[in-house]
Design a protein around this ligand. Structure first.
Ligand code: ADP
Ligand code: MG
Length: 344
């Protein structure tokens, strides 16, 4: 959150609901407040309602019930062009026959802005994304990263308060994806705009978001900072979707708890668990990941653990006590490392 941005220009969703004809509810009465100038990621599996939510904010989809407020103004029924929002489309949606400059200037042309004025504004925006010198090139003469910047400039030309991005990086190769992700984040900071970015990648959301909104079946399971979501997943769904967690039954409370894979201690005998909460099983996978080693352990029956337990060890830890596939092992954790999950 930008400390200088006025609180009044935040985006608010109130009981926002989308029902498509004859279909189950796609977005199920979600409430969310996105602070002005923050980077919000809507995260969740395919079909959970992320794009429907974004399209209702953009005005590209009608709202079945509920409201969208921007800077305190109810924009629920306004046309897309009058909301103060803009959608950044993937770079392949650029017009191939137009120069970068004319691509960026396009929506001003639609709004009746004169040639000289719209070209000046488009040039100015291209400078801001370090593309001023390539303004006359056509999309086909630009690299993937350069096209993405043109797409950003094109979305910004209407001076939106909120920029909406639906899986903007998914068409890029993995190397460029990581590079563009960093660029998006730094542009957002520099422009001080509110970004709402839809992704199904928890890694992408963790890297980008001030606020991470984890969705499932049209509902919000948790909305908090990436750190809070990762360290204190609210539900079993969040813990398993985020990865890097194990879910165990908790005899003390009769509920379920999540324990981070890198918080489990690994032992070669039951005695070594020293009265701590524990589970046991057999090593089934050993994956070398560079700075750490990931062990997959098939849990023994009746241990209150999910079928498979994941343990992440530093390479040094692993080397101190190397294990082999098939070997029986015990894992333990300190009670304060177990995070209680909400009951369903
Ligand atoms: P996500 O972006 O998270 O993958 P969507 O918002 O696209 O999810 O879809 C949520 C649900 O709404 C899905 O079950 C999807 O099939 C359904 N859906 C999306 N768009 C339409 C549409 N235009 N007509 C009917 N159902 C739709
Ligand atoms: Mg989608």
């Amino acid at each position: 959150m930008s400390p200088t941005a006025p609180a009044s220009s935040s985006l608010e969703l109130i009981a926002l609901t989308k029902r498509y004809d004859h279909a189950a509810v796609a977005v199920d009465g979600i409430d969310l407040r996105i602070p002005a100038g923050s980077y919000c990621c809507l995260l969740g599996p395919s079909g959970c309602g992320k794009s429907s939510t974004l399209r209702m904010i953009a005005g590209h989809e009608t709202v079945s019930s509920g409201d969208v407020l921007l800077a305190g103004r109810n924009i629920t029924d306004l046309p897309a062009a009058e909301r103060g929002t803009a959608m950044m489309f993937q770079s392949y949606a650029l017009f191939p026959h137009l120069s970068a400059l004319d691509n960026v200037a396009f929506s001003l042309k639609m709004r009746g802005v004169g040639t000289a004025e719209r070209r000046a504004q488009a040039q100015d925006l291209l400078e801001r994304v370090a593309m001023g010198h390539l303004a006359q090139r056509k999309p086909g003469e630009l690299s993937g990263g350069q096209q993405q910047r043109v797409a950003l400039a094109r979305a910004l030309i209407t001076r939106p308060q909120v920029l909406l991005l639906d899986e903007p990086l998914s068409a890029l190769d993995p190397f460029l994806r990581v590079q563009m992700r960093a660029e998006l984040r730094s542009w957002q900071r520099e422009l001080g705009l509110t970004f709402v970015h839809v992704t199904h990648s928890q890694e992408e959301a963790m890297a980008l978001a001030d606020q991470m909104v984890v969705m499932n079946h049209g509902r919000i399971e948790q909305a908090a900072s990436p750190r809070e979501v990762f360290n204190a997943p609210a539900t079993e769904f969040v813990a398993s979707f985020m990865g890097g967690h194990n879910v165990f039954d908790d005899a003390a409370t009769g509920g379920r708890v999540a324990v981070r894979a890198d918080r489990l201690a690994l032992h070669l005998s039951a005695d070594a668990t020293a009265g701590q909460p524990h589970a046991h099983g057999q090593v089934c996978d050993i994956e070398y990941q560079g700075t750490y080693v990931l062990l997959g352990i098939e849990a023994g029956a009746g241990t209150g653990a999910a079928r498979s337990i994941q343990v992440s060890l530093s390479e040094a830890e692993f080397q101190r006590q190397p294990v082999q596939p098939g070997q029986p092992v015990w894992v333990s954790w300190r009670p304060e490392q177990a995070h209680r999950l909400a009951a369903h």
